[in-house]
Design a protein around this ligand. Structure first.
Ligand code: ATP
Ligand code: MG
Length: 312
């Protein structure tokens, strides 16, 4: 693919941001925040439930879940992130203390011990961004679920629509663990859309075939509405030819499901969770923040494309 067709992180664009002096960076940040003011993105006609899945580890599932959630929240939309990974990284990045032993988490929600409203916590950064945190208890859930009634539909049953409406939730984003086990199946049964983050690296498409097969199985047996709506290229390094080759290959494979925005590799993005922040709070004017804001805007403007590729 030609450099200039790569999208918002073409070398020219990234250098512009890298070399921006502080005053200009502040200007950029304020423009981002103004551009992203409430009301610029339409509210979807029905709550969009999106599972962020890829069983390959470290491809940017959690980073994408929390930063897209923050981008949508900054646009004034109501967003709920469900952390379905025992590592609890999404909870950490959203500033939720998930190590407190008394915390009410997605584990108790799946077991039916608490309601969705009891499991939801408002994040410190936004009044309209909520999180159902994950604790280490969830590590055992994958095994405990096996013998339970309705083991694949527990999350769907727990996502009580009245609560979602009461809290004004427009988007539910589910961050999956790096496996295709029962937790991921629960996420796929609860959602309508799957968003697949793909890292612009060697073996990027490794395992994607298996992921697609699992999605088809869930479609056939458990959730007819499920489909891959979105693919996001992550950790793009414009200095390597490989990154462009991967981006090309993914676009050939997934066509217009791939967002035009590509997320660049950036140290700032990886630093932000250490401060309990998304990149959008941590460094609003950075390339990482801009690209997640762009990706959020694209996702929101595309609405929920039908499986045939049209708009819902
Ligand atoms: P897991 O499979 O373990 O759940 P994941 O798919 O959720 O991983 P992340 O945790 O989001 O992946 O990202 C993996 C690592 O890469 C993290 O340390 C994260 O901070 C870092 N990272 C993610 N996106 C970027 C980026 N655009 N630039 C630089 N580092 C990134
Ligand atoms: Mg993760």
């Amino acid at each position: 693919m030609a450099k200039d067709s790569v999208g918002p992180v073409s070398r020219e664009t990234s250098e512009k941001y890298v070399d921006t002096p502080i005053a200009a960076a502040a200007e950029v940040a304020s423009q981002v925040l103004t551009k992203g003011h409430a009301g610029t993105l339409p509210r979807p006609s029905a709550t969009r439930i999106i599972t962020v899945a890829n069983q390959k580890g470290g491809v940017g599932k959690t980073t994408t879940s929390v930063n897209l959630a923050a981008a949508l929240a900054l646009h004034g939309l109501g967003v709920l992130v469900i952390d379905l990974d025992p590592q609890g990284n999404a909870s950490t990045a959203l500033g939720i203390n998930h190590r407190d032993p008394d915390i009410r988490s997605v584990y108790e929600l799946l077991l039916g011990e608490i309601t969705l409203a009891e499991a939801m916590q408002k994040t410190p950064a936004y009044d309209n961004l909520y999180c159902v945190p994950a604790t280490l208890d969830l590590a055992g859930a994958e095994i405990e679920l096996v013998s339970m009634v309705a083991r694949e539909t527990r999350l769907r049953n727990a996502l009580d629509l009245a609560t979602i409406a009461e809290y004004g939730i427009d988007y539910v984003i589910i961050d999956c663990p790096p496996s295709l086990g029962l937790l991921t199946v629960n996420a796929m049964v609860a959602a309508r859309e799957v968003l697949i983050p793909i890292q612009c690296e060697y073996y990027a498409l490794e395992g994607v075939g298996q992921l697609l097969q699992n999605i088809e199985l869930v479609q056939a047996h458990l959730n007819r509405e499920l489909y891959v709506s979105t693919v996001l290229l992550t950790m793009y390094d414009g200095r390597t030819k490989l990154a462009d080759q991967v981006a090309d290959e993914v676009r050939r494979h997934f066509g217009d499901k791939v967002l035009n925005t590509i997320i660049p590799r950036s140290v700032k993005v990886s630093e932000a969770p250490g401060f309990g922040m998304t990149i959008i709070e941590y460094d609003p004017g950075s390339r990482g923040s801009m690209s997640y804001l762009d990706a959020g805007r694209e996702l929101g403007m595309r609405g929920a494309p039908s499986p045939q590729g049209g708009q819902r």
